[in-house]
Design a protein around this ligand. Structure first.
Ligand SMILES: [Zn+2]
Length: 368
């Protein structure tokens, strides 16, 4: 068991993705919202590290886009690249394991406390649990390790379904967990070295870590034969992830596709069984899709972060407007394409799910 005395964010970024969890509607409004809030510039200069591809080791990559830390430091821009050899997406250069602590604000770990949010969580956990149904139906005791378990809500939900649960959580959120064991170091450093678990889950975790390969290796090492590794992450094939500045950089460091996930699994002795590309766990809105299409297809121009219109919420904040008809009309005048865009979301999402280009994917892998 890891020590609980480690200071907050003592070494590494927090795992888990509560900024997604905060969004009941599934619209990833939190990070976009932060764009409208001007914060002071970073006081100290951050040293960035340039890294090779975590999946294949190549140092040849191409820039996909640049965007700022919309949540905390709107003046700090980061570059997302794609490996020329294997297609893995990653922030490069990036804050190292020490520096990244600066990018995890204290309120990163606060969940909304309301009845509607509790209902949303129950619904999401029920969806998540479906991926473990096969193991759940096996006779005898079954052990689950939830990596990036935050304040323990998902393991608690699974314990109620008869699982023997434990978690991994490096942030202070783990302090609130008393009913089951929690490792407080990074997953790849936990003191378990033999197959011990029937299932391992990682919901919105692998985009946050500095060394995803170490996480896949560890999952393979500590899973029992026939056990499942279930993980959810952004889909780098999606327009939302690649073109619409949806990602929460630099907290999101890695961006995956079905192909790159398959390679990680192959290299670590796991077998891909299922890819679910739809919004059943986390929804991903195609916000700004129409302005993006108008600019890139009709006007034949590039679509940079600065070309992305403010959301209506950001617009109201910037112009100190209350929600209402006046604000609505002003927003319509500011960006008519965004208003039409919002109406198109349900249709766009349906098309994305059909084409497997939805912004979020869940994978199920097995230890053979
Ligand atoms: Zn690569």
């Amino acid at each position: 068991m890891g020590s609980r005395s480690r200071s907050r964010f003592s070494e590494t970024p927090a795992i888990g993705c509560p900024e997604l969890a905060l969004s009941v509607s599934g619209v990833i409004a939190q990070s976009f919202y932060a764009r409208a809030i001007r914060r002071p510039k970073t006081e100290e200069k951050v040293t960035l590290e340039t890294v090779a591809c975590n999946l294949c080791g190549s140092r040849r990559y191409t820039t996909v886009y640049e965007m700022p830390d919309v949540r905390l430091f709107p003046d700090e821009y980061f570059t997302v690249v794609e490996c020329n050899e294997c297609g893995l997406g990653f922030v490069n250069p990036r804050p190292d394991r020490q520096e990244i602590q600066k990018y995890y604000p204290r309120d990163y770990y606060q969940n909304e406390e309301s009845a509607s949010f509790a209902r949303y969580l129950r619904k999401r956990f029920t969806q998540q649990a479906r991926y473990l149904k096969e193991v759940e139906e096996r006779p005898g005791p079954r052990k689950l390790l939830d990596v990036g378990c935050f304040n323990g809500e998902f393991p608690r939900f699974m314990a109620a379904r008869g699982w023997d649960v434990s978690g991994v959580e490096i942030s202070e959120a783990s302090l609130r967990i008393t009913e089951f064991p929690v490792f407080t170091e990074e997953f790849n450093e936990i003191p378990v070295h033999a197959p011990a678990y029937d299932a391992i889950t990682a919901w919105a975790v692998l985009e946050h870590v500095h060394d995803p390969m170490a996480y896949f290796q560890k999952a393979s090492q500590v899973l029992k034969k026939g056990g499942l590794f279930v993980f959810q992450m952004p889909n780098f094939v999606s327009t939302a992830s690649r073109c619409l500045f949806w990602e929460d950089v630099p907290r999101h460091l890695y961006f995956y596709t079905r192909e790159t996930v398959a390679q990680y699994l192959e290299k670590t002795g796991l077998v891909l069984e299922q890819e679910d590309n739809r919004g059943n766990v986390y929804r991903s809105s195609p916000a700004s899709w129409l302005p993006y299409m108008v600019r890139t297809r009709l006007q034949r121009k590039s679509f940079t972060y600065k070309d992305k219109p403010l959301s209506s919420k950001e617009f109201r904040k910037v112009h100190h407007l209350q929600r209402g008809i006046t604000a609505g009309l002003k927003y319509l005048a500011y960006s008519p394409a965004s208003v039409v865009d919002r109406m198109l979301w349900p249709a766009l999402e349906a098309v994305q799910i059909l084409r497997k280009t939805y912004g979020s994917s869940t994978y199920v892998a097995r230890k053979p």
